[in-house]
Ligand binder design. Structure first.
Ligand code: SF4
Ligand code: F3S
Length: 110
């Protein structure tokens, strides 16, 4: 199994998660992070660090498995991130928005 970054991260990108990962398996896009499923050791320590509960085990992925696909695909092409950075200025506002994938996801690298 692996843990996955999901919808709530989009345009929030608080990056508290990256500081605690023992294997540095977070990758940064323009608007969200993803976890490399083959590098994640399933420790779960990043889960409580995310203020918007964006990180879930793959057992809680959508039925179609879309978050596993997004995490796996973009972890291959986005750069690794290991140091926390300031979130976007409107992160707290964006945290209130639901279902951001179809409208606010960016495939660009961070
Ligand atoms: Fe890193 Fe552990 Fe989170 Fe996987 S579950 S991304 S290994 S902190
Ligand atoms: Fe995203 Fe939460 Fe990490 S918002 S960057 S998964 S702390």
């Amino acid at each position: 199994m692996t843990y996955l970054v999901t919808d709530a991260c989009i345009r929030c990108k608080y990056t508290d998660c990256v500081e605690v990962c023992p294997v540095d398996c977070f990758y940064e896009g323009e608007n969200m992070l993803v976890i490399h499923p083959e590098e994640c050791i399933d420790c779960g320590v990043c889960v409580p660090e995310c203020p918007v509960e964006a990180i879930v085990p793959d057992t809680e992925d959508d039925k179609d498995g879309k978050w596993l696909k997004i995490n796996a695909d973009y972890a291959k092409v986005w750069p690794n991130i290991t140091l926390r950075k300031d979130p976007p200025a409107d992160a707290d506002e964006m945290a209130k928005v639901k279902d951001k994938l179809s409208t606010l996801f960016s495939s660009k690298a961070g």
